[in-house]
Design a protein around this ligand. Structure first.
Ligand code: NAP
Length: 242
């Protein structure tokens, strides 16, 4: 059985490394970042062309099952994959790393709500780690932003007072503390991405008494099977009829 592994995360790469070459897998990346870390085994890059394109691709490539290890906020890809797999009667599993503990954070349902909190609470120095697609709700803010992203956001979306910090994790506690202190940050705005590689900022902010605005994950489509670890996903694959 050939398995499509929807990737773009460290967990997807770890799962590909576990499955290849014992299983016939193809990993798929969206192609958002230049020079992406490539998973083991065959890889395709780029969108499928919506629901119809994905359905056709799965049929053409004789895919028998899909593991969706995209980022927890890649809601469109997950919605498409869940819908098509249901229509085709194809086994489908979501691998989503556990969410972070939200104790002490102000939880919001969207980046737009996070933008309202920053404005309403009059925060003035914001550490924004919501990714290049999460900058738009802050465009008209007059606060100062330290915007940490892997790829630069569109210039028209940037708030008037900002610094863009291009970098890719992992990050450690000491460096995160120094970054927050040196930039006199008064609020951290983050998605609840989960995972250890970028978690240090939370403890650093909490220990420095800096407010945290945490954007909740979008809900998974109803009825999908989901696991939180690479081990569980590998066990699910091993249990498929080959
Ligand atoms: P999205 O909004 O859910 O997806 C938008 C479109 O991008 C999808 O409809 C699909 O295009 C294409 N796409 C997304 N993931 C794909 C994949 N693995 N393979 C092929 N096409 C894919 O997703 P996103 O937020 O733009 O994220 C894109 C990628 O970046 C994902 O692989 C995700 O894991 C990774 N990522 C996302 C975030 C985040 O915060 N959203 C953070 C880090 C990494 P078509 O409709 O044409 O098929």
């Amino acid at each position: 059985m050939r398995i499509l592994l929807l990737g773009g995360t460290g967990e997807a790469r770890a799962l590909a490394a576990r499955l290849h070459p014992d299983y016939d897998i193809i990993s798929s990346l969206a192609g958002r970042v230049p020079d992406p870390a490539l998973p083991a085994g065959p890889v395709r890059i780029g969108g499928f062309g919506g629901v119809a394109g994905l359905r056709q691709w799965l049929v053409d490539k004789e895919i028998g099952a899909v593991v969706d290890a995209t980022h927890p906020f890649a809601a469109t890809m997950t919605a498409h994959a869940a819908q098509v797999c249901t229509e085709l009667g194809m086994p489908y599993l979501v691998l989503a790393r556990p969410a972070w503990d939200t104790a002490g954070a102000m939880r919001v349902g969207s980046d737009i709500q996070a933008g309202h909190i920053v404005a309403d609470q009059h925060y003035s120095r914001v550490f924004l780690t919501t990714g290049r697609s999460g900058v738009a709700p802050f465009t008209s803010s007059h606060a100062w932003f330290l915007i940490r992203v892997v790829t630069p956001p569109d210039a028209v979306l940037l708030p008037c007072n900002h610094e863009v910090l291009l970098s890719r994790g992992p990050y450690n506690y000491a460096d995160e503390c120094a970054l927050l202190r040196d930039n006199r940050i008064d609020v951290l705005v983050t998605k609840n991405s989960g995972g250890e590689l970028t978690e240090a900022k939370l403890k650093a902010a909490a220990d420095l008494g800096i407010a945290i605005v945490m954007i909740d994950r979008p809900p998974l489509p109803a009825g999908v099977d989901a696991v939180g670890t690479v081990d569980e996903a590998a066990a699910w694959v091993a249990g498929l009829e080959r």
